[in-house]
Design a protein around this ligand. Structure first.
Ligand SMILES: Cc1ncc(COP(=O)(O)O)c(C=O)c1O
Length: 402
């Protein structure tokens, strides 16, 4: 057996599924109720139950399930009235969906620098990006690490901005005693294949405001209102519904999440002690005030000079060869071709944006550009493997020190 194969066995596969998942999916198949139906009608029970169960897990009042995490953000933006000509501040270091959802509602994302230690939005830099057009801010809890939500919400309230939390990486993250998703107006989640709670695809929105929750539901289900005639469509809405199969699998997977979440947090602390003990390695620092983290990914930075001038690609290759799974980090949004070349929506004026053409030069985003060239990340499931494989990861990295 090759070294790579042998070590790969140290780490669990992802997703993890069992016979309960099989029974759950089979029972939906046999029931013939393959979609959720309307509230009140409830053709399938799983979606309605899942919404309540996930709201309970996230300690939020409402949960509205949708097709994926991208349309979850889009739906909230629409529900909050963000549209043509509005600006939305979003971290420069995130998956493209956090900003493409803004483009989808004809608004303009404005990219914010990150904190070099926590790797999430630097709240101290948000104020300088606020203009008369700013309508909202999207806080992305990268790797499950919460943005400093108390400071961000205070700033938002001073400037009359709406706050959306992109919690795609942050199932279970808790900041200053409160689960993420409940700090701002609404929080969005993704259940895409690599996420810590997954059904292959899927997403949802949590919020605590009854009126906003109803509006979000309405937009995600063709403009319908709960309890009203099925073919009455009250406002612009589209079909972003989640299927009953996804909801059923998510219910079954959600039962396993609390134990996995606890193990990830325990092992993450252990790995942090090991890696931070290596000269030239620095693990993403939990934001001050963080109680628990979702740990979708586990990023760390390295100083090339301490590792004989190695590049990130070389380090990734060596670790991969040693059987350690490494995830790609997101290239900063300002550097993506769609933003740099301004190949976006026809008829929308992006000239006021802080990106595009020369403005997309890395020199305007020095922190995130430096972080990107020196960081790699482990996927969350390595944190489910126990401590021996984590010792192995640290040993492999330690041996590369010069
Ligand atoms: C930070 C972030 N936001 C939003 C999304 C979009 O989620 P989905 O892939 O379910 O559309 C993702 C997906 O990876 C993400 O990482």
């Amino acid at each position: 057996m090759s070294k790579r194969k042998e070590n790969a066995l140290l780490f669990p596969p992802w997703p993890i599924w069992d016979e309960e998942d099989v029974r759950t999916l089979t029972s939906v198949l046999r029931s013939g109720n393959w979609w959720c139906g309307a509230p009140g009608d409830r053709a399938g029970e799983n979606l309605w139950e899942f919404q309540q169960e996930f709201a309970r897990f996230q300690e939020a009042k409402h949960c509205i399930a949708v097709a994926n995490g991208t349309v979850a953000i889009e739906t909230v933006l629409l529900a909050l009235g963000v549209g043509l000509g509005d600006e939305v501040i979003v971290s420069d270091y995130t998956f493209v969906a956090s900003a493409s959802a803004v483009i989808a509602v004809n608004a303009v994302p404005i990219f914010c620098e990150i904190d070099p230690f926590t790797l999430v939005m630097d709240v101290g830099k948000v104020e300088s990006l606020i203009s008369s057009r700013t309508k909202a801010v999207i806080a992305v809890h990268l790797g499950g690490n919460p943005v400093a939500m108390d400071r961000l919400c205070e700033l938002a309230s001073i400037h009359g901005l709406r706050v959306i939390e992109d919690c795609a990486h942050a199932q279970g993250s808790r900041y200053r005693g409160k689960r993420v998703g409940s700090w701002g107006d609404a929080g969005t989640f993704s259940f895409q294949a690599s996420k810590v709670l997954t059904a292959g695809e899927g997403g949802c929105i949590v919020c605590n405001d009854d009126t906003l929750a109803e509006r979000i539901y309405c937009i995600s289900d063709c403009g319908r209102r709960p309890g009203k005639y099925f073919y009455a469509h009250y406002e612009y809405g589209t079909n972003y519904r989640m299927s009953e199969f996804l909801a059923a699998l998510l219910r079954s997977q959600l039962k396993k999440l609390p134990a996995q979440h606890e193990m990830r947090n325990k092992n993450a602390r252990y790995l942090m002690r090991l890696l931070n003990g290596i000269d030239g390695i620095r693990v993403m620092k939990p934001t001050e005030g963080t109680d628990e983290m979702g740990y979708y990914v586990y990023p760390f930075l390295f100083s090339p000079s301490r590792f004989g001038g190695i590049t990130k690609e070389e380090l990734e290759k060596i670790l991969n060869e040693a059987g350690i799974p490494i995830d790609d980090c997101y290239p900063p949004l300002h550097s993506l071709a769609c933003f740099r070349d301004i190949q976006l929506r026809k008829g929308i004026d992006y000239t006021g944006a802080n990106w595009g053409g020369d403005k997309s030069d890395d020199s305007f985003f020095p922190v995130v550009s430096d972080v990107y060239t020196r960081s790699i990340q482990l996927p969350h499931y390595v944190l489910l493997a126990g401590q021996k494989p984590l010792d192995y990861i640290a040993d492999c990295i330690r041996k590369l020190r010069h």
